[in-house]
Ligand binder design. Structure first.
Ligand SMILES: Nc1nc2c(ncn2[C@@H]2O[C@H](COP(=O)(O)OP(=O)(O)OP(=O)(O)O)[C@@H](O)[C@H]2O)c(=O)[nH]1
Ligand SMILES: [Mg+2]
Length: 631
């Protein structure tokens, strides 16, 4: 059979064809971790999340790819699939988009199928299925750079002939071969029939077909890099694997403290200096107080935690991009099995250390419905980055820093780590209870494709951190600022003869005193009560609230926030506050995403009641017990 000229045209080094696009909407499909999002980002200039483990993308995203002619084609990045029979929610998204039944996404009129050229024998099975859909398809064999480096090879022409589609060997990272995409979009070849497609009902036949396609194309897979093998023999070792995992986690916290804290302190100094200048510049009175106490001491107090939060996301980013995360999921499988879950739940739970919202989205990769609900319900117990500022502030105020293990690990890092462990332990207990009662289900085998180790790409990490910083600043500038100003206004009411009241007579104090009886058993006074109330909007708001309340109070106006905090809390109260924050569900966005992902209000409401009750009872116990030892 002769090869249509345009198929040849998509293979190495053709000139870029000009013209109008033939397709309007093109879906990017492929197995997990094949590099679909990397390609999508490169073509559209967007920054969707990329990571070196299967299951990073769980929603569809649309972007536009501009051709040389200036015209645009809509590309849809999709979650990875191994087949077109969806087993999990993320796979369902892909199949729904392909079938044109996904609300908000146009039905695609062509497909770009991205396969990992280092895994062709397995990935070609999907090619058979996708080509059988009968839509115009371009097959990209991605990661050409790794294939060459590891001594692999593949001839695209025989493969194109066999599959009846254009095929190109590309690298989404280096850009090699990507002109094939534009060429396909402006001048798709006339599609000859594929020579032979597999019989889909028979998995063995499908696999044999894929291997045969590979050998027709003289496919030779690259050797697994020596260092991936060596690293795995340590990281997946029965004993050492677990030990290394523990060391990695402790190192993460120590880094956040030993590098993040000094950076935060510096930022605090800068903000304080600016506040003093501002206070001197503005005439005394309402505006001065609004700017200094409402905005600067309020929302500004939260800003100083930016370095720590970025460090946390940097570390999580390195774990994700290097490929270690997938190993950690394997190591955790045994532990997860003890509570009735499996390694699949580990990745969403780990990402909940950053934020519960994407973590709850990431549970879409969990096939078993009950496991998925259980993971959603326990994810907010993981210590998210919004708790970090609260923990840091209270720990720094109450716990002196002394060395514990040599000079590297100090008391504060240990205190912080204990809080992380506490949240985790409660998640374990809750999971066990759920999985042995209302969410009981049969064990599901845990299968996860282990990616090769890769060096994290600093540019992509940097861009991700910038996005994080923007999100944090946006939060500080909207919710946190809004609540700070509202609280500040409440300290100014009711006015008498144009003068603000004493703080003790203000509206905010009335609210605080109203709820005080409920929180006094936990060792909290009315100010902390107001802080707690406001923290249900977002956890960090408690810091802004305390900043504002102390700012307007003449007694504590000049003090640093940590010092002022000591007038509100006894050490036992401080411990109770930390415990309360470890367990309470104080996040509107999490409740909203749980509602959306479970499609019911039942779960978020149950979760809220459960977590808040646990937080209250545990804080009470912590207060009473600490009082016995530390006063
Ligand atoms: N060396 C190399 N690495 C690549 C290439 N394309 C992607 N990667 C890496 O492969 C990993 C997976 O990339 P993603 O783009 O997240 O893969 P995906 O197909 O979107 O994965 P899911 O969303 O999980 O289905 C990342 O670590 C990328 O940096 C490539 O051409 N060469
Ligand atoms: Mg992706």
């Amino acid at each position: 059979m002769s090869v249509p000229i345009s198929i040849v045209g998509t293979v190495p080094n053709p000139k870029v064809l000009q013209g109008s696009p033939v397709f309007k909407t093109v879906a990017v499909v492929g197995p997990p971790n094949a590099g679909k999002t990397t390609l999508f980002n490169r073509l559209t200039g967007l920054r969707q999340k990329v990571g070196n483990f299967p299951g990073v993308t769980v929603e569809h995203h649309t972007g536009s790819f501009r051709l040389a002619s200036g015209e645009e084609v809509a590309l849809i990045d999709l979650p990875g699939v191994y087949s077109l029979n969806p087993k999990s929610e993320d796979e369902k998204v892909t199949v729904d988009v392909l079938n044109g039944v996904m609300p908000g996404a146009d039905r695609p009129d062509a497909i770009i199928l991205v396969l990992d050229s280092n895994n062709l024998n397995r990935h070609l099975v999907l090619a058979g299925r996708v080509i059988a859909l009968g839509m115009p398809t371009l097959v990209l064999l991605n990661m050409a750079d790794e294939l060459h480096q590891q001594g692999g090879r593949v001839d695209v022409l025989p493969l194109a002939r066999q599959l009846g589609t254009p095929v190109a060997l590309v690298s989404a990272v280096t850009g090699e071969g990507l002109q094939a995409v534009s060429n396909f979009l402006v001048a798709p070849p006339q599609f000859p029939e594929p020579l032979e497609l597999p019989i889909f009902g028979d998995p063995r036949h499908c696999r044999e077909w894929a291997v045969r396609m590979g050998s027709e194309a003289s496919y030779k897979r690259g050797a697994t890099p020596e260092w991936t093998r060596r690293l795995d023999s340590i990281f997946l070792h029965k004993l050492w694997g677990g030990v290394i995992f523990a060391v990695v986690i402790v190192a993460v916290f120590q880094t956040i403290f030993s590098l993040g804290q000094p950076a935060s302190d510096q930022l605090q100094k800068i903000l304080d200096t600016v506040a003093i200048h501002l206070a001197n510049l503005l005439p005394a009175g309402l505006i001065n107080s609004l700017v200094v106490n409402g905005i600067w001491k309020g929302a500004g107090s939260v800003l100083v935690f930016l370095p720590q939060i970025l460090l946390l996301f940097l570390v999580i980013g390195i774990l994700e991009d290097s490929g270690y995360l997938a190993r950690a999921a394997v190591i955790s499988d045994k532990v997860m099995a003890k509570v009735g879950l499996n390694g699949k739940s580990f990745i969403p739970l780990l990402s909940a250390y950053g934020c519960a919202v994407p973590a709850i989205m990431a549970t879409r990769t969990i096939e078993n419905k009950r496991d998925r609900i259980a993971t959603i319900l326990i994810a907010p117990f993981m210590t998210c980055s919004a708790r970090l500022p609260v923990y840091t502030m209270v720990i720094a105020a109450f716990i002196p820093n002394r060395p514990v293990i040599g000079p590297v690990v100090g008391t504060r890092a240990v205190a912080m780590l204990s809080l992380y462990v506490l949240g985790f332990a409660m998640a374990v207990v809750t999971a066990k209870a759920l999985k042995s009662s209302i969410l009981r289900s049969k064990d599901v085998a845990f299968i996860m494709e282990l990616p090769p180790y890769r060096w994290p790409m600093w540019k992509s990490l940097g861009l991700r951190l910038m996005d994080r910083a923007n999100a944090f600043l946006f939060r500080a500038g909207t919710v946190i600022l809004g609540v700070s100003i509202l609280l500040w206004a409440l300290t100014y009411l009711p006015m008498h003869n144009g003068q603000p009241p004493e703080i003790a007579d203000s509206a905010i104090s009335k609210i605080g005193h109203f709820i005080e009886p409920a929180i006094r058993p936990l060792g909290f006074n009315w100010k902390i009560g107001v802080g707690l109330l406001s923290s249900f909007a977002a956890r960090e708001v408690i810091i802004a609230t305390m900043g504002t309340l102390h700012g307007v109070d003449p007694e504590s106006h000049a003090m640093a926030l940590q010092q002022a905090l000591k007038s509100d809390l006894s050490p036992a109260g401080a411990i109770a506050l930390l415990v309360f924050f470890a367990f309470a569900m104080q996040c509107m966005s999490t409740m909203a995403v749980v509602q959306r992902e479970t499609n019911s209000w039942k779960w978020p409401i149950l979760q809220f009641i459960y977590m808040t009750t646990v937080a209250y009872v545990a804080a009470f116990v912590a207060y009473r017990v600490t009082l016995l030892y530390w006063n």
